[in-house]
Design a binder for this molecule. Structure first.
Ligand code: NOJ
Length: 473
């Protein structure tokens, strides 16, 4: 039996997001967001046409969530603000005081329990009114986001000291504006992801500068962005083509955002090269990948005070094998990721359990992006529905993962400052609806009071948090 201790003042958290837990989709003056619209349109884009209308009911049952947080003994809680609950049309033209009251209660109660809030400004749920004016395809949204961020800093920043601007811009841009399988459901392969991500990066940078210029001195907080990444291994470690494909896999996902923000204000060279060459061959006069001006590069570079990583899985990577017709992100990248048949699958098809991938990714981030302080802002394992409360297998995955995090800290000297399990509660898992359960707490969606019950994983996680150590057999 090993007793493995974490560094002093390690942050122990769990994460959620507004649309996935709150419900109250039209309560007390909340405006519509893109997920309200997307789910209400039906059409089997979401498992069983489920919606987040009620979800975990956290808009009214937030005190139940606090009990879960207390039971886990967390030092930190990551949640997101529903932009359209605060600003129904996305702009500061009208402020919904009831929304402000809701988050004030939540933040004050967390602080009264000695739990530090880590607050995300936008977790996939753009106000519909902004989407109607182009959403992330429009540069204007970056400006409106800056105003929204300033409003949040001035309203909550006396108490919130850790901010995330945008959650997983890769997923948001690619699934929302390229494949259209997430809200807002726009299908514009080869264009949409690049254009929307371009505006997200600018929005993030503007929001970081707004904090730095107007709030930092007084509020003394930190601002970052949550980036998701797989770890990528070459399918055949001896193949140069697979190694190159692996490099592109990282460059087109993690570096797409981390390069501008953490390195030099610009996209990775290989992305620029590949996309401009293909664009030319398609007869276009400009690249499908938008360019940043020099002024923008200067504005974007260095706009993160720490590194937020969402890690779930790993892929074996090789060059793209299926030739796609027409432009697309995947053919620009020219790489594909495959699950190793030996890896265990969790309750959702894309999530193969690969704890060692996280250690490699952490070391890679340290070496590539200037040895930043890293918070693992999401990591977790799903059960399919119906789930079992005695989820010993799942706790095993958490244990193995935490052991890898410790190796990264102790052996590789990566500055990992915290770990946030996804998720506090079973919740609305986007287009998988309630069919996939990521919670540390089970939620009974069939009962109107939506009772929360700890899984075995929650009970064990609480022991780790309490002792700041992993007791590992
Ligand atoms: C990342 C997203 O941020 C979160 O909303 C989602 O539920 C988890 N991954 C699991 O898929």
């Amino acid at each position: 039996m090993d007793r493995l201790t974490f560094p002093d003042s390690f942050a122990w958290g769990a994460s959620t997001a507004a649309y996935q837990i709150e419900g109250g989709w039209d309560a007390d003056g909340k405006g519509l967001n893109i997920w309200d619209t997307f789910t209400h349109q039906g059409g089997d884009r979401v498992f069983k046409n489920q919606t987040g209308d009620v979800a975990c009911g956290s808009y009214t049952l937030w005190e139940e969530d606090l009990k879960c947080i207390k039971q886990l003994g967390l030092t930190h809680y990551r949640f997101s603000l529903s932009w359209s609950r605060l600003l129904p049309d996305g702009t500061t033209g009208f402020i919904n005081q009831k929304g402000v009251d809701y988050y004030n209660k939540l933040i004050d109660s967390l602080l009264a329990m000695n739990v530090i809030p880590l607050v995300t400004l936008c977790h996939f749920d753009t106000p519909q009114a902004l989407e109607d004016q182009g959403g992330w395809n429009s540069e204007k949204t970056a400006e409106v986001f800056e105003q929204y961020a300033k409003f949040c800093y001035s309203t909550f920043g006396d108490r919130v000291k850790l901010w995330i601007t945008i959650n997983e811009p890769y997923v948001f841009a690619k699934l929302g504006y390229e494949n259209g399988i997430f809200a807002p459901g726009k299908k514009e392969p080869g264009f949409g992801a690049y254009r929307s991500a371009h505006n997200m990066i600018k929005a993030h940078a503007k929001a970081w500068h707004a904090y730095n210029t107007f709030f930092k001195e007084k509020q003394k907080g930190l601002v970052s962005i949550a980036l998701d990444s797989d770890w990528a291994e070459p399918l055949d470690p001896n193949s140069v083509d697979d190694k190159d494909a692996c490099d592109r896999y990282h460059k087109f996902r993690l570096h797409w955002f981390a390069n501008p923000i953490f390195v030099d204000g610009d996209y990775p060279a290989i992305m620029k090269l590949k996309i401009s060459r293909k664009s030319k061959a398609e007869g276009l006069t400009t690249s499908r990948l938008p360019e940043f001006s020099d002024e923008e590069k200067n504005m974007i570079k260095g706009t993160a005070d720490f590194f937020c990583l969402n890690y779930y899985t790993t892929r074996n990577v090789r060059p793209l094998s299926i030739k796609q017709s027409g432009p697309s992100f995947d053919s620009d990248m020219g790489a594909e990721g495959i699950k190793d048949p030996d890896w265990i699958e969790s309750g959702v098809e894309w999530l193969a359990v690969v704890p060692w991938g996280l250690r490699k990714l952490l070391a890679y981030i340290k070496d590539t992006f200037g040895d930043p302080n890293i918070y693992i802002t999401e990591n977790g394992f799903a059960q399919s529905d119906p789930p079992v409360l005695q989820d010993t297998h799942r706790w095993g995955y958490f244990q193995e993962t935490l052991a890898e995090v410790l190796k990264a800290i102790r052996q590789d000297e990566v500055k990992v400052k915290g770990y946030f399990a996804w998720s506090l509660l079973d919740n609305f898992e986007w287009n998988s609806g309630y069919g996939v359960r990521f919670g540390l707490f089970h939620v009974d969606f069939n009962q109107s009071n939506l009772p929360r019950t700890p899984y075995f994983s929650a009970i064990e996680y609480a022991k780790v948090v309490k002792g700041n150590e992993l007791i590992y057999k």
